[in-house]
Design a protein around this ligand. Structure first.
Ligand code: UGA
Length: 442
């Protein structure tokens, strides 16, 4: 099939490349000329594992192209995917202006057999409005169908998530649209949910909100474990083995960030408010997530008293590993709060080279970043931090404190390292370890 994908962020690019990989003829379109120029010259505009090699393969086979011009590909496409960003507005509602602007501009180019597939995350009701708009504006092409096919792509594993999904969701108001989506995804083995447009829209936001809620639940339990002097690891493992609960997204730590969970929670709360419903559970989820920063800062103040003139090194700036995305990253909130408390901040991230508009020195070497530091705080669970040379780190640091705010390091391994190198290790909801007094609570 000939497919146009409009919007080349990580969702659009992964979608275009994966559809080409599945055998379709895909064109990725974006108004950003610089981005399209980069893609055409073989430079990746974003960092997503596995994407570049897949793109090279499909380019060689002549199945993926890039363009800034919708009018060249949309009129000859069997399906048009919209993968535009839908950020939060000030009020927490979703800003759909980019999506609508593209819908208006391509509407006259859609022919009667084209399927318009909205992949962007949108509030329930949006796709019905788009369908109604098309039929009003172009009564002659009343057969143009709109579908909603939400994405469940995690940054860092988006290619795998696209090609081997837990489920495919096909939302549409007509059977022929469901059928077209089945054809597009025929090569993918996965359960398929065929439902209405609004159901598909809600499946996406409700799934993200549920995952965020699981994380906040784990964080709430982690605070209780700290108070009781027991380990949240054992509690999460014991809960997660119950198949009704599941072990994923139960990892306590610095909280969730990124461009999806915070935004989708706000959007659901705003959508429900219009229906006079108060999403108390989601508001609590947000509040717990916001408080993670305070929990971390209070722990540091508990050690140092005042943070005035203390040097804190943040390890990890991206909102999670295997991405260079710092949107709503806990590291940003933590560094701001520590700075307000008087600390000097240095930072290291394997892929994020700098933070625009922030007074944070980002080093390219993790030991340099820790030079003269009173505490290293791990905020993103990059695998690289599992292979730190603890002896070398201790030598460059002024004080011996390691705060693992992602609970990523193994307690037994860190007990050994604390003994050997005189380190103090803390995490969240797990016993702290001092050099000669292993497994004690602060
Ligand atoms: C999320 C969803 O997982 C995807 O299914 C969805 O398609 C995507 O949003 C989207 O709406 O586009 P993503 O934001 O890339 O994907 O990241 P996740 O892997 O879900 O992690 C989100 C945040 O939760 C990260 O900050 C991560 O560190 C944190 N997290 C995750 C925890 O704090 N604990 C956990 O146990 C798991």
């Amino acid at each position: 099939m000939r497919i146009t994908v409009i919007g080349t962020g990580y969702v659009g690019l992964v979608t275009g490349a994966s559809l080409a990989y599945l055998g379709h003829q895909a064109v990725c379109v974006d108004v950003n000329e610089e981005k399209i120029k980069l893609l055409k010259s073989g430079v990746m505009p974003l960092w997503e594992p596995g994407l570049e090699s897949m793109i090279r393969d499909v380019e060689l086979q002549g199945r993926l192209d890039y363009s800034t011009d919708v009018s060249a590909s949309v009129p000859v496409s069997d399906a048009v995917f919209l993968t535009l960003g839908t950020p939060s507005s000030e009020s927490g509602e979703v800003d759909l202006s980019a999506l609508w602007s593209v819908v208006r501009s391509i509407a006259p180019m859609l022919h009667r057999d084209t399927l318009l597939i909205i992949k962007s995350t949108v509030p329930a009701g949006t796709c019905e409005q788009i369908e109604a708009y098309l039929h009003q504006q172009f009564p002659a092409s009343a057969s143009i169908a709109v579908a909603h096919n939400p994405e469940f792509l995690r940054q860092g594993s988006a290619v795998r998530d696209f090609l081997a999904p837990d489920r495919l969701v096909f939302g549409a108001s007509r059977p022929e649209a469901h059928h077209r989506l089945e054809e597009i995804y025929a090569a993918i083995q996965s359960p398929v949910i065929k439902c209405g447009l609004r159901e598909a829209e809600l499946i996406k936001c409700a799934s993200n909100a549920f995952l965020a809620m699981k994380i906040s639940y784990a964080n709430m339990m982690s605070d209780l474990c700290d108070a009781l002097g027991i380990s949240v690891d054992a509690v999460a493992e014991g809960m997660g083995l119950d198949r009704r609960i599941g072990s994923e997204f139960l990892r306590a730590g610095a909280g969730y960030g990124g461009s999806c969970f915070p935004k989708d929670l706000r959007a659901l709360i705003a959508l429900a408010a219009k229906e006079h419903l108060d999403m108390e559970l989601l508001k609590a989820t947000e509040a717990i997530n916001r408080q993670r920063v305070q929990v971390i800062c209070r722990r540091l103040e508990g050690i140092f008293g005042s943070l005035e003139d203390k040097q804190i090194t943040i390890y990890g700036l991206a909102f999670k590993p295997n991405t260079d995305d710092t949107r709503e990253a806990p590291a940003l909130r933590i560094s701001s709060m520590l700075q307000e408390a008087g600390a000097r901040i240095r930072a290291y991230d394997p892929v994020v080279a700098g933070l625009p508009d922030r007074q944070v020195d980002v080093d390219t070497d993790m030991y340099e970043a820790a030079d003269g530091s009173d505490c290293v705080v791990i905020v993103t669970d990059w695998d690289q931090f599992n292979r730190l040379d603890w002896g070398r780190l201790r030598q460059v640091m002024r004080s011996p404190y390691i705060f693992d705010a992602r609970n990523m390091l193994d307690i037994a391994v860190m007990t050994e390292n604390c003994k050997r190198y005189g380190l103090h290790y803390m995490s969240l909801g797990r016993p702290s370890i001092a050099p000669d007094v292993p497994l004690t609570i602060d």
